[in-house]
Design a protein around this ligand. Structure first.
Ligand SMILES: [Zn+2]
Length: 142
């Protein structure tokens, strides 16, 4: 049913090439509250953790890019390129256990698709280095 609303929305946005007239504005005002009020509170009222995850994903759609085959291939490629060695200056730990390696974005991609998939923006880190790096970054971001 949410899909229907979206399609209707798109319909009146694209079908009229000209400037919106009075009736379009009136429809916009009637439609808008239904579209916006339906979603925001789902997770908080139920306390359902899966709903919570869905909300997180809606806010950060790039999270699911980590679950794609493309990402697991790219991650492996980066590990191989870096010879399974942590790229943190002063560490240089070589780790054969891939679950203890992290394919890290040097510059935070913040949902930017180009930066997310950019091999030059990716590096191999061992888990301890990655975790302490992220902790420092989060503190710096506030
Ligand atoms: Zn390291």
């Amino acid at each position: 049913m949410e899909k229907g609303q979206l399609q209707r929305q798109r319909g009146w946005q694209t079908s009229k090439g000209g400037s919106p007239d009075q009736s379009d504005m009136a429809r916009l005002h009637k439609l808008a509250p239904r579209i916006t009020s339906s979603s925001p509170r789902i997770g908080s009222t139920v306390g359902d953790s899966r709903a919570h995850d869905r909300n997180r994903e809606a806010r950060a759609p790039w999270r699911k890019w980590y679950r794609t085959a493309r990402w697991s291939r790219l991650r492996l490629k980066i590990f191989e390129r870096d010879l399974f060695q942590c790229q943190m200056p002063g560490c240089g730990h070589v780790e054969g256990n891939l679950s203890k390696l992290v394919c890290d974005h040097k510059k935070p991609h913040r949902g930017n698709e180009r930066m997310f998939w950019d091999e030059d923006n990716l590096q191999t880190l061992c888990k301890p280095c990655h975790d302490s790096l992220k902790q420092r970054q989060e503190r710096a971001d506030g």
